[in-house]
Design a binder for this molecule. Structure first.
Ligand SMILES: NC(=O)c1ccc[n+]([C@@H]2O[C@H](COP(=O)([O-])OP(=O)(O)OC[C@H]3O[C@@H](n4cnc5c(N)ncnc54)[C@H](O)[C@@H]3O)[C@@H](O)[C@H]2O)c1
Ligand SMILES: [Zn+2]
Length: 354
């Protein structure tokens, strides 16, 4: 068995290790240096599959699976269960699950008794490469996603690659959208590797998945270390996301985040070429990679460009009343552009529909 990869993330108040490898969960206490009471928070899909493998949890709390449960009501129910279990400030909350569990459990850890220690055990590809690193936690409101939250740095992140064996293939593809985004942002080799392996990746060996996840985490680490509180540079992580959030919203969330990001990456490349920041071939190159991992590359024709454009205006990532886009000069060279003409965005939306 391969040795785990350790990537240390530094943040304003300290640092933590992200461990990526096989068979980590049985050694959770030891690897995450947990000495006091340990409470596992998981969801109704992941709990039955993986909770028993997590070494010596004192108590397991299970939330219903799914984004619609990423709410204050779920957080409230968890607070009550923590109290009933007698957990005090010496306890550690461990999130075992995808990004939804990580975000809710992290928010609970940030706020329960003004904060208890927090460990992330991401089990979806998306949570491994994106949600579990960087310290953002939170819940949704009926008015929108992630509107209430806190920065809560974990004391350790354990990405046990073995858990990916039970991840549904559509969820694997969704995570690949963020892996590809990370390749485009900062890692030409990661992108080239995905180009070469494409269709074989979902069934790749644990060792290969370990490398893939590690390389994607390296990109995220670099960016969050430069901008821990999202004041500037971290915005590049929104590559494709201004489009994606509008696509999710206008489709009334029938299109999930991963597929929407895939469409958004194509649109971002199209817009970048239209505004002469990059060569038009970049869009083709991105489409080939996304197609190889079973992600869509066209926005469904039933989502009108005007409605999508309007939805972008309501996205909270708007800077001072102007639409901000993360565009690409090339692979590994994103840039932030603050005043993109409406007609260019509409032309792009029209062109990437199909
Ligand atoms: N905090 C951040 O920086 C950050 C970054 C990106 C995304 N997010 C958040 O992450 C969430 C999306 O994360 P996600 O895609 O992991 O969604 P998710 O947590 O809903 O997981 C997707 C589905 O896969 C299931 N699942 C997870 N791991 C599994 C496994 N190993 N085996 C079988 N089933 C498994 C889950 O139960 C769920 O049904 C969103 O709420 C998003 O806002 C947060
Ligand atoms: Zn995303």
């Amino acid at each position: 068995m391969n040795e785990a990869t350790t990537l240390t993330v530094t943040h304003p108040t300290g640092k933590y290790d992200v461990l990526i490898g096989s068979n980590l969960l049985p050694r959770l206490r030891e690897l995450a240096h947990i000495s006091g009471p340990m409470v596992l928070i998981t969801d109704s899909h992941v709990g039955p599959l993986h909770a028993a493998r997590c070494g010596q949890a004192d108590c397991v709390l299970t939330m219903p699976a799914g984004e619609r449960h990423k709410t204050l009501a779920t957080a409230n129910s968890l607070y009550v269960q923590l109290l009933a279990a007698g957990v005090d400030r010496s306890g550690t909350v461990v999130a075992l699950g995808g990004g939804v569990v990580g975000d809710v459990a992290g928010f609970v850890a940030a706020t329960y008794m003004r904060g208890v220690a927090f460990v992330q055990c991401p089990t979806s590809l998306l949570a491994m490469v994106d949600a579990s690193v960087g310290g953002k936690t939170g819940v949704d409101l009926p008015e929108g996603k992630n509107l209430v939250g806190a920065f809560k740095q974990p004391t350790a992140v354990l990405a046990d690659i073995d858990t990916l064996q039970t991840l549904p293939s559509t969820e694997f593809a969704a995570g690949m959208a963020e892996v590809i985004k990370h390749g485009l942002l900062g890692h030409a080799r990661l992108f080239a590797d995905i180009e070469n392996e494409g269709r074989r990746l979902p069934t790749a060996s644990p060792a290969r998945l370990q490398t893939l996840v590690s390389e994607a985490v390296r990109v995220k680490r670099q960016i969050v270390q430069e901008d821990p509180f999202e004041h500037g540079r971290r915005a590049v992580l929104n590559l494709g996301h201004t489009f994606a959030h509008a696509i999710e919203q206008v489709s009334q969330y029938h299109i999930g985040h991963g597929p929407a990001v895939a469409m958004g990456l194509v649109a971002a490349a199209n817009l970048s070429a239209r505004l002469a920041y990059c060569a038009p071939q970049l869009q083709t190159q991105i489409e080939q990679v996304l197609t190889a991992v079973n992600l869509p590359v066209r926005i469904p024709a039933n989502l009108p460009p005007a409605a999508l454009y309007q939805a972008m205006g309501s996205d909270k990532k708007k800077a001072a009343g102007q639409l901000r886009f993360i565009l690409l000069q090339d692979i590994g060279h994103p840039l932030m552009v603050d005043s993109v003409p409406e007609k260019s965005v509409l032309a792009t939306l029209g062109e990437v529909q199909g």
